[in-house]
Design a binder for this molecule. Structure first.
Ligand code: VGL
Ligand code: ZN
Length: 213
């Protein structure tokens, strides 16, 4: 495998949802979720530009199974904007579960994007809500700073990382998925589907050890 040289003029690191609720013991824990921390922190130290996302739902959010009578987490429902997986209540604004993992080097970030704030629409991607049309503004932020290549780490590989990677490709960015810096939820084949979709969209896969300054 060949090394990937960071170009600080055009590269940015995107750290997705490294929050307590997605780590072991959290409300929507990802197996081994906290294993992404050393990788994320190491890369934050290498990149001049880091953007961090934070899942940030109001209580009673429509992606919570508890908001739908008789529904359980991981069931699917049909929303106005298409199919939506239902989740346990998680990342509620201001809660300890919504806070970044204590060990994450958040202070070095340029920008923190909060998503999932609209009660009626879930938002996996750092670029668009799940209706695929409401933007977060990240494309414009990157464009105005002439940042054209994104390196992705975080949680979860098959949801927020995957949707962010696919939207980034659609928006014309080069994308590198740092595989050892991600962990997956993996429900109903979601991880395999995500990996195929990312590969087909032109996402490049790498290991953090390949990324050098
Ligand atoms: C996520 C499910 C619900 C994620 C966020 O960060 O991947 N997954 N909300
Ligand atoms: Zn969420």
């Amino acid at each position: 495998m060949t090394d990937i040289l960071i170009d600080q003029n055009r590269d940015a690191l995107l750290v997705v949802d490294v929050q307590n609720d997605f780590c072991p013991g959290g409300a929507l824990e990802v197996v081994d979720g906290d294993a992404v921390l050393p990788v994320a922190n190491g890369l934050i130290g290498l990149f001049d530009h880091t953007i961090i996302t934070q899942d940030w739902h109001p209580p009673g959010h429509s992606s919570f199974a508890s908001s739908h009578a008789g529904r359980r987490p991981l069931e699917m429902i049909e929303m106005d904007y298409g199919p939506q997986t239902l989740w346990p209540d998680h990342c509620i604004q201001g809660s300890s579960g919504a806070r970044f993992h204590d060990a994450l080097k958040v202070d070095d970030a340029d920008l923190i994007i909060r998503k999932g704030r609209n009660p009626a629409i879930d938002s996996y991607s750092a670029f668009f809500e799940n209706d695929r049309t409401t933007p977060t503004g990240l494309s414009g932020y990157l464009a105005t700073r002439s940042l054209s290549r994104l390196f992705l780490v975080g949680l979860a590989t098959d949801f927020c990382v995957n949707f962010s990677a696919l939207d980034a490709r659609r928006e014309g960015f080069d994308v590198v998925l740092v595989e050892d810096g991600c962990r997956a939820i993996d429900v109903n084949g979601s991880l395999d589907q995500a990996m195929v979709a990312m590969r087909d969209s032109g996402v490049r896969f790498a290991d953090s050890g390949m990324i050098v300054t």
